[in-house]
Design a protein. Structure first.
Length: 444
C-alpha cells in the first residue's frame, strides 16, 4: 500500500494539498482564537463583574450579527470566484470582483450608520440604568469596526475560492496574541471594556493587510482593479444571485439574535454570560468540526464545476463521516469535562446548571450533522433548500422557544436550542441530497 508523504499531502499544487493546508492552518487559527477567548473571559472577570462580562458578550454578539448585511454576497463570491481564482485568471474575474467590491463598501457604510441605533437595542435587550450609556457607546464602536472590515471581504473570497487562505489564518492567529496584550494593557490603564475594542482594531488591520498581500501574491491587485466595462450592469444580477445565499446568514443571525434577546430578557446579562461561558467548549469543538466543511467547500465546488460528480460525492461522504464521528467523541468528553472546566475557568464565579451540560453535548452533535447536509445543498446548488431551509430552521427554533412561556428554566432553554438544528429543514435537506446523489448528474 502506497503511503503519501507529508510533502505530497501538503502540496499546494493539488486540491488535496490545498485542502489539508487550509484545514491545518484553520485549526491553528481556531486554536489561537480559543486561547484568546479563554484568557479574555477571566481577564474581564478579574477587572469587572459578571454583569459587565455579559454586557460585553452581548455587544460582541451583536457585532457578529451585523455580518448579516452581507446578504449572501460573500458566499456567492466564493462559489463564483472558484473557476477564475483557481486558474489565476484575474482579468476575467475583474468585472465581477469590482461589482462585488462596490457592494461590500456600501454594506460597510450601512453597518457604520447602524451604530446610531444603540439606544433602541438597549431597550430590546432590557438594558437600563448606568450601563445603558456604556452599551450604546460600545455598540457604536463595534459597528464601526465591523463596517470598515467589509470592503476587504471580496479579497478574502478570492483566496478562499482558490484554497489559498493559509497565510491569512496564520497572520490572524498571531494577531490574537498581540490583541490580548493590548487588551491587558488597556485594562491596567483603566480603559475598561474599551480595551477589548483596541485589540479588535489591531486584528482587523492585520487580517486586512494579509488578504491584500495574499491576492497580490496569487495573481496581482492590478488586474483586479484595472479599468473594465460592465461593472454597474452586474450589480442587479449579483444582488439577485446573492439572495439565494442570503437566507442562511439572515436566518442564522435572526436565530442568534432571538437567543440573545430571550436570554437577556428572561435571565438578565448574567444569563448571557452564563450561556456563553457554559457553551464555550461545545462552541469551540463545533468550530473545529465546521472547518472540515469550510476547508473542503472550494475543492468540492470545483469538482462540481468540472462535472466530476462521483468524485465529489465520495470526498464529501469522507468529510461528513469524519466530522460526525468526531462530533460524537467530543460530545462524550463534554459530558464529563464541561462542569469542572467552567468552575476552573471562572474561578467559581458563575453557577452553571449540571443538567445543562447534556444539552450542550447534544447541541454539538445536532449542529455538526445538520451543518454538513446544509453545506452540501450549497455545493450541489439545490436552490429550494438553499433559499428556504434556513427559514425553516429559524421557525423551528422560535416555535421551540415558546415552551419557555411555561417553563422559564435556564436548562430548558439549553435543551430547546440543542434540539432545534434537527427540527427544521434537516430532513428536507437530507432527502434532497440523497435523491440528487442517486442521479448520474447533479443538475437538470
Amino acid at each position: 500500500m502506497k503511503i503519501m508523504s507529508s510533502g505530497v499531502i501538503l502540496d499546494p499544487q493539488t486540491r488535496t494539498g490545498r485542502f489539508f493546508r487550509t484545514l491545518l492552518t484553520s485549526f491553528v487559527h481556531l486554536g489561537a482564537a480559543t486561547l484568546y477567548s479563554f484568557f479574555l473571559i477571566p481577564m474581564v472577570l478579574h477587572f469587572e463583574n459578571p454583569k459587565m462580562l455579559g454586557l460585553w458578550l452581548l455587544v460582541a454578539q451583536v457585532g457578529t450579527y451585523l455580518t448579516v448585511v452581507d446578504a449572501g454576497l460573500s458566499a456567492l463570491s466564493i462559489r463564483q470566484f472558484v473557476g477564475p481564482a483557481s486558474e489565476r485568471d484575474f482579468r476575467r474575474l475583474a468585472p465581477r470582483f469590482q461589482a462585488t467590491l462596490l457592494l461590500s463598501a456600501i454594506q460597510g457604510l450601512l453597518i457604520c450608520l447602524f451604530g446610531f441605533t444603540g439606544s433602541w437595542w438597549a431597550s430590546i435587550f432590557k438594558i437600563s440604568g448606568s450601563i445603558e450609556t456604556l452599551f450604546v457607546q460600545l455598540f457604536m464602536a463595534q459597528c464601526f469596526l465591523v463596517g470598515i472590515s467589509f470592503p476587504i471581504r471580496p479579497f478574502s473570497s478570492i483566496l478562499l475560492a482558490a484554497q489559498r487562505f493559509e497565510a491569512n489564518y496564520l497572520v490572524s492567529s498571531a494577531s490574537f496574541g498581540v490583541a490580548l496584550l493590548l487588551t491587558w494593557g488597556g485594562f491596567h490603564m483603566g480603559w475598561g471594556l474599551w480595551s477589548i475594542l483596541l485589540g479588535s482594531l489591531f486584528q482587523i488591520v492585520a487580517s486586512s493587510l494579509a488578504s491584500l498581500w495574499g491576492v497580490q501574491s496569487l495573481g496581482g491587485l492590478a488586474p483586479l482593479l484595472s479599468q473594465t466595462t460592465g461593472v454597474k450592469s452586474l450589480i442587479p444580477s449579483l444582488l439577485k444571485e446573492s439572495a439565494g445565499f442570503a437566507s442562511s446568514p439572515i436566518f442564522s443571525t435572526s436565530a442568534g439574535l432571538l437567543q440573545s434577546t430571550v436570554l437577556s430578557r428572561l435571565f438578565g446579562l448574567e444569563g448571557v454570560a452564563l450561556w456563553n461561558v457554559g457553551a464555550k467548549v461545545a462552541t469551540v469543538l463545533s468550530q473545529i468540526l465546521s472547518k472540515f466543511y469550510e476547508s473542503s467547500f472550494g475543492g468540492l465546488s470545483e469538482l462540481v464545476e468540472k462535472s466530476l460528480f462521483s468524485q465529489m460525492r465520495r470526498r464529501f461522504f469522507a468529510v461528513f463521516t469524519a466530522a460526525g464521528g468526531l462530533g460524537l467523541i467530543f460530545a462524550s468528553l463534554i459530558i464529563f469535562l464541561n462542569e469542572p472546566f467552567i468552575d476552573w475557568w471562572t474561578n467559581g464565579r458563575l453557577d452553571w446548571p449540571k443538567d445543562a451540560t447534556l444539552g450542550v453535548a447534544l447541541w454539538l452533535v445536532t449542529t455538526t450533522v445538520s451543518r454538513g447536509i446544509a453545506d452540501q445543498t450549497k455545493i450541489m446548488l439545490l436552490w429550494p433548500q438553499i433559499r428556504w431551509g434556513p427559514l425553516l430552521d429559524f421557525l423551528a427554533l422560535a416555535l421551540l422557544l415558546t415552551i419557555l412561556l411555561f417553563s422559564t428554566q435556564f436548562t430548558t432553554f439549553v435543551l430547546l436550542v440543542a434540539f432545534s438544528p434537527v427540527c427544521g429543514a434537516f430532513c428536507w435537506n437530507c432527502r434532497a441530497v440523497f435523491l440528487v446523489s442517486k442521479k448520474p448528474t447533479l443538475r437538470s
